[in-house]
Design a protein around this ligand. Structure first.
Ligand code: GDP
Ligand code: IMO
Ligand code: MG
Length: 422
């Protein structure tokens, strides 16, 4: 059984929680794209783990965590995450494998991300400043440095110095401080020793796992509305987040994937710039942000809030071939008298699909809303669909029928236990 969990909106849909939940039935939990721009929260045993690079299923005892070739790695972040998980009593030796094909996020990538954002001024994109765009651009222009290069200290140093000298010239043009090559090289000597014990050809492990009918859980990062091809570019992240990215990023043929889980947050949130058609300002947005604790897991930034956008979400479900729905954060909507859902986009009096929209169209269109009556009950401890308030059931069934994907899980609290099966 191979399952894929993806975010259907702008990220932070609750993927970490759903992955952790499904990992109870998995042998392997795999990250295959993105980097530590991701922030996936898992709450286990009352403790909160904000995972940026480790697969969110890794806390399950029998699960082997795999960081496959499509992920870009900030080694300091990964090692500190390993340390904090180990300090909490989860030993990762022989439990975590890292592909030698992963590209490394270098200090100059982070400096360049920062420099580009600052240079854009009021037009800044709102990146996480983790070096994501510059690392992916080096990858496709053959200027990247992978974990593979780290295997030989000499090769690594030669490549690092070559790249760092060039990047320092660019940084100088931006008027920012260049990176200290010697200091960074000394740091990498230490990081290299610490990371190499985890390095292994993950393709071989995963292809054997498929032949042995093992259960593989693939964890998408970000959301389809941030996909490098399918977002309102350049309000994007540097990787593809849709199903095909699994083939690139982990070497798993897509036709082997049995279940494609769309994680749909019961409303919309977004960190960073770019248009959000259903964005709300004022009292309702503030309430949802506060109750939902909508502050970035990676950067701590307050998240922008909006009504659920079923036009965008339907596109996500279709482009990924989704066949299971997990609706999250439903509990946050309790107490609202009215809940709106966007069911169509109208531009200059005409209906348009998500796929026809660039950032200008998304910013200018008029969302067409269907209005639902809210519910006042606290739904956090409810375990059966039939026990949910009737208005709440109607809201969920409407989402399901519009998306044409069967609803399988409703999440009604941040903890692992807070969910109901439909
Ligand atoms: P991810 O990036 O998609 O994994 O999501 P994040 O972890 O960045 O953000 C989701 C936040 O909502 C985290 O703080 C989760 O602990 C929390 N969360 C997840 N599901 C639920 C839910 O059903 N109800 C509530 N109240 N919180 C949830
Ligand atoms: P998870 O996996 C929310 C957004 C950033 C910014 C844009 C580009 O937790 O859902 P980048 O640093 O990737 O170059 O920034 O993408 N972004 C996310 N927003 N959740 C995420 O990940 C995100 N990953 C990237 O805020 O707008
Ligand atoms: Mg997140």
């Amino acid at each position: 059984m191979i399952e894929f969990v993806f975010g259907s909106q702008w990220g932070d849909e609750g993927k970490g929680k759903i992955v952790d939940l499904l990992a109870a039935n998995a042998d392997f939990a795999v990250r295959f794209h993105g980097g530590n721009n991701a922030g996936h929260t898992v709450i286990s045993g009352g403790k909160k783990f904000p995972f940026h690079l480790l697969p969110s299923g890794i806390l399950n005892k029998h699960v082997i965590g795999i960081i496959a070739n499509g992920v870009i790695l900030d080694l300091e972040v990964l090692l500190s995450e390993i340390k904090s998980v180990e300090n909490a009593g989860f030993i990762l030796k022989n439990k975590l494998l890292v592909s030698p094909r992963c590209h490394i996020i270098m200090p100059y990538h982070k400096a360049l991300d920062e420099a580009y954002e600052n240079a854009r001024g009021k037009n800044k994109l709102g990146t996480t400043r983790r070096g994501i765009g510059p690392t992916f651009s080096d990858k496709v222009s053959y200027n990247g440095i992978r974990i593979y290069e780290l295997l030989s200290e000499h090769d690594f140093e030669e490549k690092f110095i070559f790249q760092a000298l060039i990047k320092n010239k660019i940084l100088k043009l931006f008027g920012v401080k260049p990176i200290s090559i010697n200091k960074e090289l000394a740091k990498f000597k230490d990081l290299r020793k610490k990371i190499l014990p985890y390095v292994k050809d993950t393709y071989e492990v995963l292809s054997k796992a498929i032949k042995d009918n093992k259960r593989i859980l693939l964890e998408g990062a970000h959301g389809v509305m941030l996909d490098i091809d399918w977002s309102p570019y350049p309000y994007s992240t540097g990787s593809n987040v849709i199903t095909g990215a699994i083939n690139n990023g982990a070497g798993i043929p897509v036709q082997k994937i049995d279940r494609v889980w769309a994680v749909v947050k019961a409303y919309t949130s977004r960190v960073g710039g770019g248009p959000v058609p259903t964005e709300l300002h004022g009292e309702i947005a503030d309430r949802i942000r506060t109750v939902g604790q909508e502050y970035g897991t990676t950067t701590g930034r307050p998240r922008r809030i909006g009504w659920l956008d079923l036009v965008a979400t339907k596109f996500s479900c279709e482009v990924t071939g989704s066949n299971r729905l997990a609706i999250t954060k439903l509990d946050i909507l309790s107490g609202l008298t009215q809940i709106k859902v966007c069911v169509a986009y109208e531009l200059n009096g005409k209906k348009i699909p998500y796929s026809a929209c660039g950032y200008n169209e998304l910013a200018d269109l008029k969302p067409v809303y269907k209005v639902f009556k809210g519910w006042s009950e606290d739904i956090r401890n409810i375990k059966k669909f039939a026990d949910l308030p009737k208005n709440c059931q109607a809201y969920l069934r409407f989402i399901e029928s519009t998306l044409k994907v069967p609803l399988a899980i409703v999440s009604n609290g941040p903890e692992r236990e807070s969910y109901l099966k439909v």
